[in-house]
Structures are given as structure tokens and as C-alpha cells.
Design a protein around this ligand. Structure first.
Ligand SMILES: [Zn+2]
Length: 161
């Protein structure tokens, strides 16, 4: 039984997707052998991942509670023979990297486009300006000119041709 917590900043693929990497992922992993002498891996992973909301660009906490149920296989052929319930885990040279497992599960748990619940946040003003379809027409032209973010908006989101 492996039990512990891994700092998120040590999970390099995951870290790049987070707004802050200061948290930890707690895990519990059990190894067993089934009747076919295959290694089964059961476990759970708990973490709170903070990503950037794609609407307001503010921090958004994604709670993750993932359950693992894997069987270690030595090759694709062996993976094909598995019962449907079991997810194969390809093991190289009999070694399994628990950290990779944990990172993989956390990556899977992340939403593709993280957003706060509908109606609970607003795009920041400079975003609205760059967009043509949503609400831009409501911003008076003079207000637009004095917006301190307008230079940034033009730099980040080129809309005019
Ligand atoms: Zn938001």
C-alpha cells in the first residue's frame, strides 16, 4: 500500500495547466494479485486543482476525487485479453510509476474548458472589447477610448482586418 501526497508542482505536465501549483494530490494505491497472477492496482486520488476560468480568467477550483482500478500488463496482446471491467496499464520492464498514474488521472479530471458556473462570473472588460458578438456594442465609443486596457486588448486579440 502506497499512501501519501505529492506536491502538484512535481507533476510537470499537469503543472503547466494550473493557475497555481501550490497544492498537493493525496493518494492511496494498493497492489494486489488476481487469480491469473496479474498485478491489480487499486487506489484513489484526491486533489483540488486551481485552473484559470476561461470566461473571467479568475481562479477556478476543480475538486478531483478519482478512483483507480487498473491491471498491469506487459504488452498490447495481454491488454486485449482483459475483461471489459479492467483498464490496462502498460508496464515497462515490470516497473510501474505511481506518480505517472496519479498525474494521468488528474489530467483526465481537468475540464477541457474550465468555466465558473453559468452566470456567476463575467468576462473582464478588455475581453469584451476584443469580441465582436457579445455585448461590445453596448460600450460607448468614448468609454472605449479611455479604457486603460484597450491597448492590451488590441495587442492580445486582433479582430479588425
Ligand atoms: Zn469565471
Amino acid at each position: 500500500m502506497l499512501k501519501g501526497a505529492v506536491p502538484l508542482r512535481e507533476l510537470h505536465r499537469l503543472r503547466d495547466l494550473l493557475a497555481t501549483d501550490s497544492g498537493e494530490a493525496a493518494y492511496e494505491i494498493r497492489f494486489e494479485q488476481d487469480e491469473h497472477r496479474r498485478a491489480l492496482i487499486h487506489g484513489s486520488i484526491r486533489a483540488e486543482l486551481v485552473v484559470e476560468c476561461q470566461r473571467c480568467l479568475g481562479p477556478l477550483t476543480v475538486p478531483v476525487a478519482a478512483e483507480l482500478s487498473l491491471v498491469a500488463v506487459q504488452g498490447i496482446g495481454e491488454a486485449r485479453e482483459l475483461e471489459e471491467m479492467l483498464e490496462p496499464l502498460l508496464v515497462e520492464q515490470g516497473l510501474c510509476q505511481p506518480l505517472d498514474l496519479i498525474e494521468e488521472e488528474l489530467l483526465l479530471a481537468l475540464p477541457l474548458i474550465p468555466l465558473h458556473a453559468q452566470g456567476t462570473c463575467q468576462p473582464p472588460p478588455y475581453r469584451q472589447e476584443g469580441e465582436t458578438a457579445k455585448g461590445v456594442a453596448q460600450i460607448p465609443a468614448d468609454e472605449k477610448r479611455t479604457n486603460p486596457f484597450s491597448a492590451l486588448a488590441e495587442y492580445k486579440i486582433p479582430t479588425k482586418h
